[in-house]
Design a protein around this ligand. Structure first.
Ligand SMILES: Nc1ncnc2c1ncn2[C@@H]1O[C@H](COP(=O)(O)OP(=O)(O)OP(=O)(O)O)[C@@H](O)[C@H]1O
Ligand SMILES: [Mg+2]
Length: 254
């Protein structure tokens, strides 16, 4: 599905309404509202501490909002526990890859599958999804021995095993070189095009975000300061001032 044929509201998969999270005196996410359509590739950018990871934690039910609501496919999931959110079809990867280091790749991926199916089915699902990300050949390798790109792909396979409709990726491409990043970008596009998955991607690599995403949300101090296509975002004065730096030009980003 492409953005062009996903424009009516019946295609909405996620709706975030006036979401707010305070930590003591700090408002990490502030009155944030946005919608995501099924099959969209959304980028989420903003300076360090802007509230990006906190937003993902709120969406997944890892922390509770101070105010506001989250709807997943028309169902209000505000206050749901993480495993309930996962059962409804939303999953996230962690900013710092969180594989169990002493377990094998297959065992790590199994932990995703076992959340919803029996062991036999889980083994089948784990192998299928390791194949999907091109990592079946390292199924028996210890997670601690993986390279950065392998870890990112194995984390992706584990997330896919939960049977998601929408996947939240928190800086999975950090520490990757350009070629490794391109491999992940191609995989995300394939999963959207072939399986109809929806992605929200937090990433500091501007080239990755600008090339991948159809729409970008920009956070600063917990608030949405801009929303638009990569071209619109790269020329937005508030984004340049808050994030990209005055000296950076749009053509640097593509
Ligand atoms: N559990 C917490 N308790 C108190 N403050 C928190 C907590 N979690 C996050 N914060 C604060 O909320 C703000 C937003 O943090 P968050 O991790 O969401 O930012 P981020 O946009 O993901 O940043 P980065 O790009 O560095 O990952 C920061 O000021 C952070 O210190
Ligand atoms: Mg973060």
């Amino acid at each position: 599905m492409t953005l062009a044929n996903a424009t009516d509201s019946s295609q909405e998969i996620l709706s975030v309404n006036q979401l707010t999270r305070r930590f003591g005196g700090l408002t990490a996410v502030n009155q944030l509202s946005f919608q995501v359509r099924r099959g969209e590739l959304i980028g989420l950018i903003g300076p360090n501490g802007a509230g990006k990871t906190t937003l993902f934690n709120l969406l997944m039910g890892l922390i509770k909002p101070s105010e506001g609501d989250v709807f997943l496919e028309e169902h209000c999931i505000t206050g749901f526990k993480p495993h309930e959110v996962c059962q409804r079809g939303m999953v996230k990867t962690f900013q710092n890859v969180a594989l169990f280091p002493e377990m094998s790749v297959l065992e790590n991926v199994l932990t995703g599958a076992l959340q919803r199916v029996s062991l036999d089915e889980a083994k089948h699902l784990a192998a299928e999804n390791l194949g999907k990300v091109g990592m079946l050949h390292i199924a028996d390798k210890k997670a601690a021995d993986l390279t950065f790109p392998e870890k990112a792909l194995v984390e992706m396979a584990r997330a896919l095993c939960t049977g998601p409709k929408i996947v939240l990726l928190d800086e999975v491409m950090a520490a990757l070189n350009d070629a490794e990043m391109d491999q992940i970008l191609a995989l995300i596009r394939k999963l959207r095009d072939q399986d109809g998955l929806t992605f929200i991607v937090i990433e500091h690599h501007m080239r990755a975000i600008m090339n991948l995403c159809e729409r970008i949300l920009v956070l600063s101090f917990g608030q949405k300061i801009a929303e638009g296509t990569p071209a619109e975002i790269s020329r937005h004065p508030d984004v340049i001032a808050a994030y990209l730096g005055q000296e950076m030009k749009a053509e640097d980003l593509t």
